[in-house]
Ligand binder design. Sequence first.
Ligand code: ADP
Length: 464
Amino acid sequence: MNALHLPTAYVIAGVLYLIMPLTVWQMLRKQGVASNTLWCLGGMAFGLSLVLLGLRNQLPEALTYYTAIWLLLLGPLLRSAALRIELHRPVRLVWVLLGSVLFMAVYVFFHAILNNADLRFLWASFVASAAFMWLAWLARTIHLRDRSIGSQWIFVFYMAIGVLLALRVPVVVLTHGTPTAMTQDPVSVLLIFLGVTSAVVSNVGFLGMFIERMNRKALESVKIQARQEEMARLSDQIAQLDRRRSVGEIAASLAHELSQPLTNIYLISDRLELELKIRSDSSLDMYFADLNRNAQSAGNILGRIRSFIRSKDIELERIEIAQAIADVNALIRDLAYNESVDIQVSLPPQTLAVRADTVQLSQIFLNVIRNAIQATHGQAQRQLHIQVWREENTAHISFTDNGPGLPPETSERVGSAFFSTKPDGLGVGLSISKSIALLHGGSLSIGNSPSAGAVVHLQLPALD
Ligand code: ADP
């Protein structure tokens, strides 16, 4: 007494395989992807083959053997071709068709010419098993690449079908002797169960792959937007800091320069006061007291300006140099592109991090890269090579451009405050960068590279 009527089960699985792919195809149609159509066709071919197998007693042999078995193989092959598209490694459909025709030629030979049911069954099961395993393997590759749960389910079900098809041969041969697709044994029953469930799971899994991808894309674009906003904010911050620093440097220099004449005024007024005292003239005492008080208060003001400029809140945090360079590169990508400067970055294999204030570190990179871009103006191929490496406990970053380098007569003064060879230059970028490097326990130097062009060398204490 058979609890399961295999032909009916075949037809049910087949109909499911005809309906489900169509539904998924309809849902994904608007995405306009070729893999969707191939996946659907593959599923329907497989579904039709199951229906034909189920109707073996009702329909002619040409349909229930040859067409059914051909479609049985064509189904997973077309689905594999769909997954290959998803993996950006498309196969030519003509190979798929040719493969299936070749398989059929051997099948027909065993069935019609040798009339050997064992060989025919062995061959069909073996090739179908291989096709399902290949399909499963492709799904697994997608799962590993995208962490997609949908493709993981496709892998599980199709791999199970592939394994069962392979197992079917020894089981059927050992238990019955005359193997056919309708032989009812535990493996075949399990297979038909998997046939029905895989009709649902594989198609939902395929749909899931797309939904997961859409979610990933949406997440990516949110991330990119957040990053761009962060970049814009950082860029503003740097520009503002640059301006403030420039003003700060000017103020610091003024404070420094004015303190000397102010001291002189102070000394001269003291001297005059003494002279008048010697001459016993006290008529101007009140004015001298005024003068001294004012000179004193001017000195105090300058002192306050200097100490205000010196003190600054910085937020030290762990920064990965590769990331910091990438951030600055993103900021000046347009500039580098418009100026046709090729920026190459060589990073060490291991992550290299420093403790720094992110805005200030970016400011160094920005100043140095901007200078290099300006320096390479006029070169046929404008290049900047940024190299990062670690030596013991020091992180090194060098910026080598292929500009004219530093002329010998200026090389001594380059990097000191307000030295600039540019018509509109402020001459504060490098000196600011130097003081930032010092503030972080490192150093910054500029010189000429052996291969012409300038090289700026930044060293900072490296984090473990
Ligand atoms: P600015 O850019 O306003 O001139 P900087 O302090 O950044 O101020 O640079 C000072 C000077 O150093 C520049 O005017 C230029 O003469 C020299 N300099 C900086 N970087 C380079 C470079 N990559 N190649 C040649 N000269 C440079």
